[in-house]
Structure formats: structure tokens, C-alpha cells
Design a protein around this ligand. Structure first.
Ligand SMILES: [Zn+2]
Ligand SMILES: [Zn+2]
Length: 342
């Protein structure tokens, strides 16, 4: 079967790989749709790890239920792509995102666990979740990134009437802004360096206004609009410079949630955070409950995630899709791949 593997910096290769074989334990799934995620883009940018088959946001059809006797062939499923140990304190308290093993064998993020940029994958049984009939394949592949935004917004603890700034108008930013409004935020702003994405956030109705983070008057502009600053700032950019200026946009007593990831150090004078008594919270992934919440929110039409999907492409166009998502000028935030089409 065909797979898109990381070959080099910003380069995929479409190559033949072996189909996973049933072992009566893991669930074998034919992949229908796979979303391209921001964290995948980090790996593609770095060209590492070589040979990795990415794709941790997917919908597929069960071809072998493994040990999941409740599943049958043809059932449509998605999965939490993580690999929690299941017995540590974090796992036992419903927080698999804290488990030290959660990312060690994550689907599409680890070489030994190929993701959905190929036709058939094998997933550990306890992470597989059956999708209801009223969720489309595309919506199923949107559950994972939607859950990331839901988790960030839950941690932000938004109250009715709050003013919220979301930094970064990629998919996690848009989903977080959508949930901030659902939580009762009175005003939701998005800051972006790509005007096409900024405008799109307003057009899609998830943000009330967008601010150009590249504008030299960015801070003045934003603090003129919201004097005193925002109750909550959610970083979905992972950009260190952006995180530094977020400290200036949060109001005294405010909360900053860091959902974007960066390996680079952030520099700021602690006095800013001290004098404002800022709460700074990291946010990673989701709980299983939040993941399931997203499935039911989508199934019950409480949220519309399809408005974020820009395109669906065959496996052979995955390289082009990544280039489009990283162009800095295109407004695309979510492209899905059909790994069985090439
Ligand atoms: Zn992701
Ligand atoms: Zn654990």
C-alpha cells in the first residue's frame, strides 16, 4: 500500500509500505480521511523523523476489530492517537495527557505507529472510538483538533462577559475562539500575521475582530480596543515573540493559556507577570471525556467544524497541501487527505 513518508526537510515521498497484519489485539482500520495538523507541519519543516508516516486526525473503517469485540467490520471509527500507560496516577484520574508515556508511541508521531497518511493502520484497541452515523468522515477527522481547542478553553476558565484574545488563526486558534464564544465571551479577538487568515476568522464568525500582529502598532491597536487588556489570552501560535507580547495584552489578574508549542525559550521580565498577578497555564491535548464531548457536540450539530475544512486532496497532493498551509498568505487552515486516492 502507498504511504506519504517524511523524506527530508519540507519533503514527502510517496512510497510502498507493508500493510499491518491483524494480531487479534489491535484494531486494523482502513483510513478514509486524515487531517493535516500544525504539529505535523513542525515535523515536515524539520524533515524529522525520516520515514515517519504522520496523520493522527482520522476517520476510518474497521477491517479487523482485534480485541474490540464490540466493533464489527465496516464500523466507522476515529481514535485518540495517544499511548497512555493506563495505570499511572494521571491515567487513573482521567488525565492521560499528563501520562509520561502518552507521546512515546503516539499514532502518526512515532515511527513504530504509522498514522493516517497511508491506506491501512493499526491502532491500540482502547483508544478507538466508534463514530455515530450522523457524523461525516470529514467531521470524524476534525474531532482531534477540536478537542485540543476545547481543552485549552476549559483550562482558560472563561466566564460570561470575558474578553478573550486568541493568538494565531490556525485551526486550533479558530476552534478555541469558537469555544470561547460558546463559553460566553463577550468579545473574541484573533491576532494573526497572515491577513488572509485573520480576515477568515471574522468571516467564519468565530472572532469579532482580528489584529495584525505584524503591525508595529499592534499593542497600541489592541489595547485601544480593549483598554486594560483581556481577561484571557490563548496562545495557539507557539511563537516566542507572540508569547512575550501576550503578557502585555492580558489584564491584571488575567490568564494566559499556552496551547502553541515551541522549543525556543521565552524571554520576559518576571515583573510583568508578578505585578499583574498573571496566571500562565500550559495546555496539551485533551482528556478522553473532552474527546468524546467533541464527537457529541459535532453529532448533535452544536458546533460546525466543517466550515474550517478548506480542501480534501488525494495522497499524491500531500506535498502541495503542506506548502499551501505554510505559505503565510493563503487562508487555508485545514486540509484533509484521502490516503486511498492517488
Ligand atoms: Zn493534531
Ligand atoms: Zn499513565
Amino acid at each position: 500500500m502507498k504511504a506519504a513518508i517524511i523524506e527530508d526537510i519540507k519533503k514527502f515521498k510517496i512510497t510502498d509500505v507493508e500493510k499491518p497484519t491483524p494480531d487479534n489485539e489491535r484494531v486494523i482500520i482502513d483510513v478514509l480521511k486524515t487531517g493535516i495538523c500544525g504539529s505535523d507541519i513542525h515535523n515536515w519543516d524539520a524533515g524529522q523523523p525520516k520515514g515517519l508516516i504522520m496523520g493522527h486526525e482520522f476517520t476510518g473503517k474497521v477491517v479487523h476489530p482485534g480485541s474490540r469485540i464490540d466493533l464489527k467490520i465496516g464500523d466507522r471509527v476515529t481514535a485518540l492517537p495517544i499511548s497512555p500507560c493506563g495505570h499511572c496516577e494521571a491515567c487513573e484520574t482521567g488525565n492521560p495527557q499528563y501520562c509520561p508515556e502518552t507521546w512515546t508511541h503516539a499514532v502518526g508521531l512515532d515511527l513504530d505507529n504509522p498514522g493516517g497518511l497511508t491506506s491501512t493502520i493499526s491502532v491500540r484497541p482502547d483508544m478507538v472510538i466508534k463514530l455515530p452515523d450522523n457524523i461525516s468522515d470529514e467531521e470524524g477527522a476534525m474531532v482531534e483538533p477540536t478537542a485540543v481547542g476545547l481543552h485549552a478553553v476549559h483550562l482558560a476558565d472563561i466566564r460570561v462577559g470575558d474578553k478573550v484574545l486568541v493568538v494565531g488563526g490556525g485551526i486550533i486558534g479558530l476552534v478555541s475562539a469558537m469555544f470561547a464564544k460558546l463559553e460566553g465571551a463577550e468579545f473574541v479577538a484573533i491576532s494573526e500575521t497572515n491577513p488572509a487568515r485573520g480576515e477568515k476568522s471574522v468571516k467564519l464568525g468565530v472572532a469579532d475582530e482580528w489584529f495584525d500582529a505584524k503591525d508595529e502598532n499592534f499593542l497600541t491597536n489592541i489595547l485601544t480596543k480593549v483598554p486594560g487588556g483581556f481577561d484571557v489570552v490563548i496562545d495557539c501560535s507557539g511563537n516566542t515573540k507572540a508569547v512575550e507580547s501576550e503578557l502585555m495584552t492580558a489584564k491584571a489578574g488575567g490568564t494566559i493559556v499556552l496551547a502553541g508549542v515551541s522549543q525556543k525559550p521565552i524571554e520576559f521580565a518576571s515583573v510583568i507577570a508578578v505585578m499583574k498577578e498573571l496566571t500562565i497555564i500550559g495546555s496539551i491535548a485533551y482528556t478522553k471525556e473532552e474527546f468524546k464531548n467533541c464527537i457529541s457536540l459535532i453529532a448533535n450539530k452544536k458546533i460546525d467544524v466543517m466550515k474550517f475544512v478548506d480542501d480534501i486532496v488525494p495522497l499524491t497532493d500531500v506535498q502541495k497541501a503542506y506548502e499551501r498551509l505554510t505559505s503565510g498568505t493563503d487562508d487555508a487552515v485545514k486540509i484533509m487527505v484521502e490516503p486511498n486516492k492517488y
